[in-house]
Ligand binder design. Structure first.
Ligand code: GUN
Length: 292
């Protein structure tokens, strides 16, 4: 079994970006500036956004964190989005999901300027991605593609089974794996909650991408020898014996599945750090596109 070490690879990518930022500084150019908006006090979201802002600082980006109270109205959040759209200092920004129930997520995401949408959640970017045009590719699927590509994992002609059809992960990664580009040319099955005989499909898969959010869902008897396993799940499982009161658990029964896999991502330290690295990459791209 080979470990797909997302932490190590994300550090390499961040070093590459930091090098580019240093060159920009030397030339007296403006460095990339990422903003993040978070509404409410969801613990996991606060942790993720904190990691994104810290990563910006480490590689020399400017960053702005807009922390809004849970009681923020849709109109107020729309006003913040419009402000960020109009602010020439901001190259890209994200609105951390999920949003509180009283806010229509789609309405907010539709209001983001597609040229600053470094999360790649706007339909204009999703559509361009699907048509292989220049866009922002969502950070998690982009990170998975980079992980496969940079580790030289063959995807062409392989059967990939993606579990989960979310707009953020399952759907876009299924499109990217089937495209002609890097880490593409796979034959893709997109499985979801209505799929019948899932194990029958995953047992045929050369590559399994699980983006379900059910701890330890994928068992060893559901995969074949030599499978490549990408675990996107990251669930906080309550555990009073731990200092934080929880532990992070992926969709994959790592201990058992890793015995059969040729390549496998750990949780944590797999897809998660790659997501942050690719968000930074998108922000660098946004800066370069705005300049050009
Ligand atoms: N919530 C979970 N993942 C993400 C992400 O990649 N971006 C944003 N904005 N919110 C998320």
């Amino acid at each position: 079994m080979n470990l797909l070490d997302g932490k190590k690879l994300s550090n390499e990518i961040k070093d590459e970006i930091a090098g580019e930022v240093a060159r920009m500084k030397e030339k007296g150019e403006k460095v990339p500036h990422l903003a993040a908006v978070i509404v409410g006090e969801d613990g996991a979201s606060l942790t993720y956004v904190g990691s994104k802002v810290r990563a910006c600082e480490r590689i020399g980006f400017e960053s702005t964190l807009k922390k809004l109270p849970e009681s923020t109205t849709e109109q107020e959040l729309l006003a913040v989005v419009r402000e960020l759209n109009a602010d020439p200092a901001i190259d890209g920004y994200i609105v951390q999901l999920p949003l509180p129930d009283h806010i229509d997520e789609q309405k907010i995401l539709m209001a983001v300027d597609p040229d600053k949408d470094v999360d790649g959640f706007h339909p204009a970017n999703f559509g361009k991605m699907a048509m292989e045009l220049e866009s922002f590719i969502s950070a998690t699927p982009y990170g998975i593609i980079e992980m496969l590509r940079r580790n030289g994992i063959e995807t062409s002609g392989k059967h990939a089974v993606v579990i989960g059809r979310s707009h953020i992960v399952g759907r876009p990664i299924s499109i990217l794996l089937s495209q002609k580009g890097p880490a593409g040319n796979a034959t893709v099955t997109l499985a979801h909650s209505r799929t019948k005989n899932l194990a029958h499909l995953t047992r045929q898969a050369d590559i399994v991408v699980s983006a379900l959010g059910v701890p330890n869902f994928l068992k060893a008897d559901m995969v074949k020898e030599g499978v490549v396993v990408i675990d996107v799940g990251i669930t906080r499982v309550p555990d009073a014996s731990r200092e934080r009161g929880y532990y992070l658990c992926g969709d994959v029964d790592f201990k058992a599945v890793s015995k059969k896999a040729s390549w496998i991502t750990p949780v944590p330290g797999g897809v998660g750090p790659m997501t942050i690295a690719m968000l930074l990459k998108n922000t660098l791209l946004a800066r370069q596109r705005h300049r050009g």
